[in-house]
Design a protein around this ligand. Structure first.
Ligand SMILES: C[S@@+](CC[C@H](N)C(=O)[O-])C[C@H]1O[C@@H](n2cnc3c(N)ncnc32)[C@H](O)[C@@H]1O
Length: 253
């Protein structure tokens, strides 16, 4: 299936997925929270931590910087950043109290403190020009990404960096087909092994459809530039299945 043109894609995504985003995702992540990290490790054939290390390698970080991880889930990104640089002031925001409860426990077990905010990231409850770095990993397909990326731009300091990592729509149709077939199998397999609840099982189709309607790496770069980011660059792994973008807030803004 070809996605709608990029100019109208956000409207099409919202029309198609708003019900899932607003009514079902919280139930899914409340269900998934206790086994989220294990399930991802199984689904990625043990590569979950390697994906994270690839993302980390694209994020330069300096002592004492203030970082916000948006849609932080179980705090994988915040913990990995603190392991590299314990002097960071790390904030996490997510709508799922259950995912954050797991994330807070994981951070405490490593001796780290992460400030947690529970809420919808389409409105970030932080002042303008506040963070040196904002990260967003594996959640954009569930968001009105233009809106969230604009909010991130607002809360970044001039010269601050936005680092994004997600499954993207591969530009090559043959790769795209194989990718969806594999994901379909994975979602069924992990749903069975981890005994997912009915709402999570019902969302299996949504997870593929949301990816089909999402952006390729080049399209996401254009979207970020359109919003006002500069120096947008990316690297992809696995033939464009996962992309890691870096974008900077202009110093004159
Ligand atoms: C697939 S998980 C990713 C978690 C984490 N970033 C990671 O890399 O493991 C997606 C997360 O996005 C959160 N999320 C989805 N929509 C959200 C929204 N509108 N506002 C805040 N969090 C949201 C979910 O609660 C979930 O924790």
């Amino acid at each position: 299936m070809s996605p709608p043109p990029i100019a109208t894609r956000e409207i099409a995504r919202e029309e198609r997925f708003n019900d899932v985003w607003s009514q079902q995702l919280d139930v899914v992540f409340a269900d998934v929270a206790p086994y989220y990290d294990r399930a991802n490790n199984v689904a990625s054939l043990g590569l979950w931590n390697w994906f994270l290390s690839q993302f980390m390698s694209t994020i330069p970080i300096h002592p004492g910087e203030r970082v916000l991880d948006v849609c932080a889930g179980t705090n994988a990104v915040g913990i990995a950043l603190l392991a590299r640089e314990p002097s960071l002031d790390v904030h996490a925001m997510d709508r799922s109290a259950e995912m954050q409860a797991v994330g807070q426990e994981r951070a405490r077990a490593r001796g780290f403190h992460i400030h947690s905010t529970i809420g919808d990231v389409h409105e970030l409850p932080f002042p303008d020009n506040h963070f040196d770095v904002v990260t967003l990993q594996f959640a954009s397909r569930h968001l009105r990404i233009k809106r969230v990326a604009s909010e991130i731009l607002r809360v970044l300091k001039p010269g601050g960096r936005f680092h994004h990592c997600d499954m993207l729509r591969p530009a090559n149709p043959a790769v795209e087909k194989m990718y969806y077939a594999y994901l379909r199998f994975c979602l069924s397999f992990t749903g069975f092994v981890f005994r997912s609840g009915p709402v999570a099982l019902n969302c299996k189709k949504y997870f593929i459809n949301a990816l089909e309607m999402f952006y390729s790496a080049d399209e996401l770069s254009l979207l970020l530039e359109e919003i006002g980011y500069r120096d947008v660059s990316y690297k992809t792994i696995f033939a464009g299945m996962i992309g890691m973008h870096r974008a900077v807030k202009p110093t004159g803004s």
